[in-house]
Design a protein around this ligand. Sequence first.
Ligand SMILES: [Zn+2]
Ligand SMILES: [Zn+2]
Length: 588
Amino acid sequence: MSKIDFDLPEAKKTFWHTSSHILAQAVKRLYPEAKLAIGPAIDSGFYYDFDLEKPFSPEDLEAIEKEMAKITKENLKLRRFTLPRDEAQKLMQEKNEPYKLELIGDIAEGEEISFYEQGEFVDLCAGPHLDYASSVKAFKLTGATGAYWRGSEKNKMLTRVYGISYPDRASLEKHLADLEEAKKRDHNKLGRELEYFTTVDYIGQGLPIMMPKGAKVLQILQRFVEDEEEKRGYMLTKTPFMAKNDLYRISGHWDHYRDGMFILGDEKDEDVLALRPMTCPFQFQVYLSKMRSYRDLPMRFNETAYLFRNEASGEMHGLIRMRQFTLSEGHIACRADQLEAEFAGCLDLAKFMLKTLGLDGEVSYRFSKWDENNKEKYIGSAEEWERVQGKMRGILDGLSIDYYEADGEAAFYGPKLDIQIKNVHGKEDTLITLQIDFQLASRFGMEYVDSDGSKKHPYVIHRSSIGCYERTLALLIEKYAGALPAWLSPTQVKILPIGSAQHDYAYALRDKMQSLGIRAETDDRNEKIGYKIREAQTDKVPYMLVVGDKEVEAGTVSVRSRKKGELGAVNSGDFIKELLIEIHSKQI
Ligand SMILES: [Zn+2]
Ligand SMILES: [Zn+2]
């Protein structure tokens, strides 16, 4: 098998699935009494489930790996054969494989029952497989856990062994190194270690507490976003966190999104309140507060919105998926002839944000359309959907965006452009969304008087400029492995006096920097300087300024840069000047 083949998803699956047979063969050689369940390929390798007397220890896994290595050197060819049902059952009875017998029972009458054989090992399996076990040149068993047969807790707990394999050693080593690095960078681990956020069982799942450092970064981001939006002609609104169900009935959320909402009481009560899952119907009220003319458009509204979504408990993950989060939300009402330029403006803003944060290299663009086989999930007619999707495609093509299409990913009221980003484990999530909406304006009776005196509905663009603030913080922590650029760092400078003789100098320096808007702190604890330096390093502070008698006398600071290392003695005024340039230009 060539390297290129391995990069194709189907080929990878075949490769990993074949590896699971090698694993099972090794287990049967070492533990003949083990019963085989299933052994599929998964997104990140393969596993095999075994019914055993006792679970495998790490030493057992090592022994199994050794046996697998032996198997791959035996030049075994995988041979497929089929059997009539009764003979297939007889074979599995002889081999004492009750789970395989159960699986044969699941195969529909008339369907082929196929087996694969390599050496002495036979497995019931639909395939496909590699031709030779020896193609699997490098593998690693990555762990073992308990897993119920058929995923049901009513069934027996089996032992699931996970593994990963590659056609060559170097690829495997690289993969394992990447995994280690990903673990270290995972915001859910690193973000807690660095005290950006925490969670508390009795507060609840998906409700993180932002610690002072995390809250500081969110504030920096929020100021950055709101200032930039102001420059681009947005008007800030501040709307309630909740509303009566009447509002959500008009918007369609009550019928199409109720399961995702927190309802504050009995949902059958006439005036029951619900927490908002998005800001749109609230912000529309600003537009609706008086009659609008074609000259008023476009109107661009922004809001830093707290939103609430009742995510399933299994879906929650750190700062990526939560039940309460903060969105840089906004809506634009515009005329048809303004739609393209407004959409382009939203995209430009989103791209500007990503570039400034250094996240622009990792994104892809998804054109999310409705699912025409699932019409009841959406509002509006098929003709309208086709028309607006066509319009949106035209805009995306006109802007030369390199996008891919996804059916069934649209919002219930319109198609979207999703800016997708992968987290450190390779899992993709939506960071920023731009949507064209042709429905809610008419549902809410939003109108404007056109130049000819006629009343028309505006188009509405739902948009975000930085997405969910908490999610952005998570991605920043992972991207920079916790060492955020200076302009985003909760603490930018740590002043480290060697002894108490330099305290006053250190305090004066700190006060001066703080008055200039630099986030500076002094470590005046009675600790050795080496200890203070190590702690500031672990904390990933961009600059440490060590001050001793020499520095006090000369009016300098001894600079240690996180990026550039030891910079030696620098005039304190010069240091401040340089740092202000770095911060204000938002260097990454
Ligand atoms: Zn198989
Ligand atoms: Zn919206």
